[in-house]
Write a protein that binds this ligand. Structure first.
Ligand SMILES: Nc1ncnc2c1ncn2[C@@H]1O[C@H](COP(=O)(O)OP(=O)(O)OP(=O)(O)O)[C@@H](O)[C@H]1O
Ligand SMILES: [Mg+2]
Length: 285
């Protein structure tokens, strides 16, 4: 494991800075994700029905859809934390059968251990993978620098704002994950201004690191701002009903996105798809 982790050092997100336009870690195909006719049933009934999709290496794909449509379930399958009842999920051509060191997950609720410092939280997955001390230190330091947390290494989670906690969670994923980042509503718990700052940071990081990213959000604006593509899901049962390419060039800034001529039309298109589910939900409350 140590050898494997060490061998990956040269392609680790936090440990390398590919030049603009350079082939990043995912460019060789190792970060390609495919879901082939995936079904999932829970005791309450069918949750995912015949979900097939592919995310190319280095692509940033956002998933939007009504609550309960199976977004998290799908992401957990990509992360190897849940199994499809039918069909299969592959990453880099191999069937996902469990957690994979090439893949990191960032959840909404940070997942930081309160008794560990920022440095130790970020270092934990590398320690578990028995990464050598010097390499661990450089990867953690670089990841913390990349998310703007340099100088906060010794703080504990209780001393951090919500935005800083989320950055620490992102740093941990960056330090650990060379190829694929799976993010489940990572910015939902921070305020609107901090969220925009984090979005800008992620756009800049993405431009440097070129990982494959799957990002779940309830915000249509966030999906358009970040995604190369947006998959729109519907519920009961959960399935992908639209696959929209965002015609806004990368690299981007939030301001460029908001002023882009395609922005309003895209927003209307996605909202048109989600509106009925939102009305149904409002009626249920
Ligand atoms: N472990 C489980 N056991 C039983 N049912 C589950 C389990 N996990 C999820 N479900 C059900 O599967 C459905 C999809 O859940 P999931 O969390 O994937 O939805 P989601 O799209 O992420 O929703 P949200 O937007 O609210 O996060 C829901 O009806 C949920 O209650
Ligand atoms: Mg969810």
């Amino acid at each position: 494991m140590a050898e494997q982790a060490g061998a990956r050092a040269g392609v680790t997100a936090a440990g390398s800075e590919p030049a603009a336009g350079a082939a990043g870690p995912a460019a060789a195909g190792g970060g390609r994700i495919e879901c082939e006719s995936v079904y999932k049933w829970f005791p309450g009934g069918i949750v995912l029905e015949d979900v097939s999709l592919a995310v190319d290496s280095g692509q940033f794909v956002c998933i939007v859809g009504p609550s309960g449509c199976g977004k998290t379930t799908l992401l957990r399958m990509m992360a190897g934390l849940a199994e499809p009842d039918h069909g299969r999920v592959t990453i880099g051509g191999s069937t996902v059968t469990g957690p994979d060191p090439r893949v990191a997950v960032v959840f909404q609720h940070f997942g930081l251990f309160p008794w560990k410092s920022v440095y130790r939280n970020v270092a934990l997955p590398l320690q578990l993978a028995k990464v050598a001390r010097d390499e661990l230190d450089s990867r953690v330091t670089e990841a913390l620098r990349a998310v703007g947390l340099a100088g906060h290494e010794r703080k504990f989670p209780a001393q951090l704002s919500g935005g800083m906690k989320q950055r620490a969670g992102l740093a941990r994923a960056l330090a650990a994950a060379p190829d694929v980042l799976l993010m489940d509503e990572p910015f939902a718990a921070v305020d609107a201004q901090v969220r925009e700052v984090l979005q800008e940071d992620l756009l800049a990081l993405r431009d440097r690191l070129r990982q494959t990213i799957v990002f779940i959000t309830h915000s249509i604006d966030e999906a358009i701002t970040l995604g190369d593509r947006i998959l729109v899901m519907d519920a009961r049962p959960g399935r992908v009903v639209r696959d929209i390419t965002v015609p806004i060039e990368q690299p981007r800034t939030i301001s460029q996105v908001r002023h882009h001529p395609a922005y309003a039309g895209l927003r209307d298109e996605i909202w048109g798809q989600l509106r009925q589910s939102a009305i149904d939900r409002a009626g249920d409350q």
